[in-house]
Write a protein of this length. Structure first.
Length: 521
């Protein structure tokens, strides 16, 4: 039986899971928010105007939802050209209607990194990158893009054919967008949010299932909803929308600081100048304060293995880190904190003076190797190795020559994100992201590995062993709306594929647990 979770940890998880907690019984739960976080929320919301307060809850899973965007073709062309020519995500103004409530003059820009590669002029086989460019950020993006394209051509068992990477510049309904309600109107919010993320392309069931898994296990996640989406009154497409962690999201956590990492972030010591870290770990709330990050990475850089074991808990919530790492393995997420996208947030609790890792961007979950062992790490190469492809597979999947060129550069288990030969033990000769080193050192410690293993099998029982994830897929099958761009038959096919993956993973991990128990006795 899982150990009781502290009230603070429940508050951390519950505030995100309030409106879209899908379980076998398809129940919603109310957020568990501490007095501190309630006061912080009230303070943050002072002086704002919530234009959606009287509208139906966008994240109510029992209701259907619609979003329509009214944006000029000139502005669509503007954001596409800016990204293609300069890799810039330019803001434009548009009007949006959510469940019948019209909000005028919201900010709109492209959102994403690897998902936008097909729109960029700096892709292999298309426009050429600067001569001699070999930095880690570009390599990480290339790796993610290669995986997306490889997956589309030859999806492994458990991966739906619609993995959120279907972007067509000629079809604005497929573009991944960030909607910012207060970009041009100060203090304007929608149901307590300053931003809303429209995920790319046709949504998969994988991301929603992974987000539900986080909330079911009392971990921080984001609320989400499937919507019927249209642009300028055109044909409809099924999309998934997520809340974006912003200052109001951070306020509901309580007294602390929320930092967002991205593909350029390196959780390594780079000196004491805070300016070095501000673009790598973007603070979402309060005045600029990178000192908690600096203090941690400075200690981490100098700590030997014994010091690491003895004092990590002075800087990091060790139990939550073990839970985070275990969950990413269980869900076979190939782009977590140590992946090419560096998809995570850091929460610094002012009362405990400790950092916690919060999951973000789970769309690469449950679409790789269903037999990934508890001691392994999912990679963008589909669980450690590029799947075999038959001649013409890319063309059959509708890939362009540019995509095929990118796919051929997909890294394997033996190469790092820069294409360099990996060193013994899985470490590469390239620059560390810092987050991967933290994971490696954590799991290399017998002390922390024991905590990880305990968390792992408790989470397995909660997600796989009791059939909870299978129940989530059954519910999502009925909640995802069929639209002009996505039929019910296609939804059912994707649901069947994901259900097969979950069953395969359930059976495999059960066999691993039995083997581990037998060897220990």
């Amino acid at each position: 039986m899982a150990k009781p979770v502290s009230l603070r940890r429940k508050a951390l998880a519950g505030i995100f899971a309030s409106a879209m907690v899908v379980s076998v019984a398809a129940c919603s739960t109310d957020p568990i928010v501490s007095n501190t976080s309630s006061a912080s929320s009230e303070s943050a919301l002072a002086g704002t105007t919530d234009v959606g307060k009287d509208s139906a809850d966008l994240f109510d899973a029992s209701a259907s939802h619609t979003i329509s965007l009214n944006i000029s073709q000139d502005d669509i062309d503007k954001i596409l050209e800016a990204y293609k020519n300069d890799d810039e995500k330019t803001w434009v103004s548009a009007d949006i209607t959510i469940d019948g409530t019209e909000i005028k003059n919201v900010g709109v820009r492209l959102k994403g990194n690897s998902s936008l590669m097909s729109l960029s002029g700096n892709t292999p086989g298309g426009g050429q990158p600067p001569q001699g460019q070999a930095n880690q950020d570009q390599a990480a993006t290339d790796e993610a893009s290669a995986s997306d394209n490889n997956n589309a051509a030859n999806p492994p068992q458990g991966m739906g054919n619609r993995s959120g990477s279907t972007i067509d510049a000629s079809d604005p309904t497929t573009l991944p967008l960030l909607i910012k309600f207060d970009k041009y109107v100060d203090g304007q919010l929608y149901q307590g949010m300053s931003e809303l993320s429209l995920r790319s392309g046709i949504p998969s069931l994988n991301e929603a299932t992974a987000l539900s898994a986080l909330s079911m296990t009392d971990q921080a996640t984001q609320r989400y909803s499937y919507v019927t989406y249209s642009v300028n009154g055109g044909s409809t497409l099924t999309r998934i929308v997520l809340e974006t962690p912003d200052e109001y999201y951070a306020a509901r956590l309580g007294d602390g600081i929320l930092y967002k990492a991205d593909a350029s972030s390196s959780l390594t010591y780079q000196g004491d100048d805070e300016d070095t870290y501000t673009d790598q770990f973007k603070q979402q709330n309060g005045d600029d304060n990178e000192q908690p990050i600096i203090d941690f990475v400075k200690w981490l850089d100098s700590a030997d293995d014994q010091e690491f074991e003895d004092n990590l808990d002075k800087y990091v919530d060790v139990e939550s880190l073990a839970k985070y790492i275990a969950t990413q393995n269980l869900l076979v997420n190939s782009d977590d904190m140590a992946g090419p996208g560096r998809n995570y947030y850091l929460w610094y609790d002012n009362s405990t003076k400790k950092l916690s890792v919060l999951a973000w961007d789970m769309d690469m979950s449950m679409q790789g190797n269903a037999e990934l062992s508890p001691d392994s790490t999912a990679s963008m190469g589909m669980g450690g190795g590029k799947p075999e492809q038959t001649p013409g597979a890319q063309a059959a999947a509708g890939q362009t020559d540019q995509q095929t060129s990118t796919d051929q550069q997909a890294p394997t288990e033996q190469t790092d994100q820069n294409g360099q030969q990996a060193a013994p033990g899985g470490k590469s000769g390239g620059m560390s992201t810092g987050a991967d080193t933290l994971k490696e050192r954590f799991l290399a410690s017998s002390k922390f590995k024991a905590i990880y293993e305990q968390q792992y099998w408790e989470l397995y029982d909660q997600l796989y062993g009791n059939g909870a994830l299978a129940g989530v897929v059954d519910q999502l099958r009925t909640q995802m709306p069929a639209t002009d761009g996505l039929s019910q038959d296609e939804i059912n096919t994707d649901a069947d594929t994901l259900a097969s993956f979950i069953q395969q993973r359930t059976d495999y991990l059960a066999s691993q647990r039995t083997a581990s128990t037998s060897s220990a006795s």
